[in-house]
Design a binder for this molecule. Structure first.
Ligand code: GLN
Length: 473
């Protein structure tokens, strides 16, 4: 079977009886089997996917199939699917089974998409390389000595290696966009609150979003449209109506902001700077208006993110106590040692580091100095970003300061946190951002470019993305 990169190609071939859903599922299962060394999937729903495929083939033959028939997707190990395990790639949730499905999963299934398996990630979404997983590392399909990015590394690797057409990941500070850039595919973090967080294991609730990996902008839009919008189970989920993203046509001329400082920023891989310059030139040549901007809070973005997200994580993760879910230490002697040992043994190093940091910034003596201060800076960053977007349609930046790095090469947490340098701004501001593949470095590793737009402007973001996509094909 040929390698499909878009749902419309699949649906056309289904319609003309050139393939069946059963063939498609067999094809993806075979790719998963062949690509086992990537460690992208932690569980494959082979039997279930085959059964669903048969059912949907039946429906297709009577013209009663749903609009997403032929869409085979995977889910990050932080997203619940009823009756199946979800571990957050953590030992502490070992053996834990979801009691219900995430709204996003339910909506895709209701439209006759097929879920093929659960994908590896950094523990509770904390990481940028997928090296913090109780299920082991994930390898980048383009060069297995390199990381796929994180935290949704398995979800990105799976789409890049044709193990499913799309994946649902999560993005708190870049966990969809950064691995999409590292694996050479498209990754969207929508506006905060666009997609229900029901059934998503919480990391930092005021930042967490479900995000989408695909090979085309079109498929990304189709999936967003299917899963976005009001959900009675998540009071923070926006009730704004969701436009038909598929019919979106780009305008001739956009006003696009770029950060001049990034063009000679020493922390950025030179080939990425060159591609950024090339993108700016190309857009100018195509008739768009490019506006040079400064961002006054650049140095405050990462510290703000790491103070606020660790604070939220420390409270969110307090529920994993050895009593309610998953792992309980066998060494337990009394109640206190049960809590202490279960949490110490159940969480990995990075998660423990963040719980400690988060507990510290929330402690009575330091609350004002760190947490309150960071909330204020968050507001400044948000306002300054919104101000640029009042005047301009988009802001473009590289997605990451480097391309995919070697496994085990980033040993200090700070070095790892730098991987999020460009992605966290949109997370702090709550605005949508997409990463698109845009060329390669000299090692043939993909480079990603990020586009941010105003809140709830995904329609416009997709329209502009289509222009860039046509340039990089
Ligand atoms: N790498 C970032 C972190 O470790 C982002 C993670 C995410 O978006 N889930 O926090």
């Amino acid at each position: 079977m040929k390698d499909y990169h878009r749902l419309d190609e699949i649906q056309q071939d289904l319609k003309q009886n050139r393939i069946t859903c059963t063939d498609l599922v067999a094809y993806y299962l075979n790719n998963i089997e062949q690509g086992k060394s990537l460690n992208a999937f932690v569980e494959v729903y082979a039997e279930e996917a085959r059964d669903r495929a048969k059912e949907i083939d039946q429906k297709l033959s009577t013209d009663t199939a749903g609009p997403l028939a032929g869409l085979i997707f995977g889910i990050k190990d932080l997203i619940c699917y009823q009756g199946h395990q979800v571990n957050g790639s953590s030992k502490i949730l070992q053996g834990f089974e979801s009691q219900f499905s995430a709204t996003a999963v339910e909506r895709l299934l209701a439209m006759d998409a097929i879920v093929i398996g659960r994908q590896n990630c950094d523990e509770f979404g904390m990481g940028s390389s997928n090296e913090n997983s109780a299920h082991g590392h994930v390898n980048n399909p383009l060069d297995e000595t390199r990381v796929p990015g994180g935290s949704s590394g398995g979800s990105a690797a799976a789409v890049a290696a044709n193990m499913c057409l799309v994946s649902l990941g999560t993005d708190t500070g870049g966990s969809v966009r950064q691995p999409a850039a590292f694996c050479g595919i498209t990754g969207l973090k929508p506006t905060y609150s666009r997609i229900s967080r029901w059934g998503l294991l919480a990391y930092a609730s005021s930042f967490d979003t479900i995000g989408i990996f695909s090979k085309s902008v079109e498929d990304n839009a189709i999936v967003l449209q299917a899963i976005a919008g009001r959900d009675g189970k998540d009071a923070t989920c926006s009730s704004r109506s969701v436009a038909d993203f598929r019919t979106v046509q780009p305008e001739e001329r956009y006003k696009v902001a770029y950060f001049k400082g990034l063009l000679d920023h020493q922390g950025i891989q030179p080939e990425i700077r060159d591609h950024y310059q090339q993108l700016i030139n190309e857009l100018k040549a195509a008739g768009h208006e490019l506006v040079e901007c400064e961002f006054p809070y650049e140095d405050y973005i990462l510290p703000t993110y790491y103070i606020l997200t660790t604070a939220e994580a420390s409270t969110n993760l307090s529920r994993y106590d050895g009593v309610h879910y998953g792992y309980r230490s066998p060494q337990t002697e009394d109640l206190e040692s049960m809590y202490k040992l279960s949490r110490t043994e159940g969480f990995g190093d990075e998660v423990r580091r963040r719980i400690l940091l988060g507990t510290f910034v929330l402690s009575a003596d330091y609350y004002d100095a760190y947490f309150t201060q960071a909330q204020k800076v968050r507001n400044l960053i948000k306002k300054a970003t919104e101000n640029i977007l009042k005047d301009c349609d988009f802001i473009i930046t590289p997605t990451t300061p480097t391309t995919a790095f070697e496994q085990n090469s980033h040993n200090s947490p700070l070095e790892m946190y730098m991987a999020d340098l460009f992605t966290v701004q949109a997370s702090i501001a709550g605005i949508p951002a997409i990463s698109l593949p845009y060329g390669k470095d000299t090692n043939q590793m993909p480079i990603g470019m990020q586009i941010m737009s105003g809140a709830f402007e995904e329609e416009k973001l997709f329209a502009f993305s289509k222009i860039l996509e046509s340039k990089t094909r």
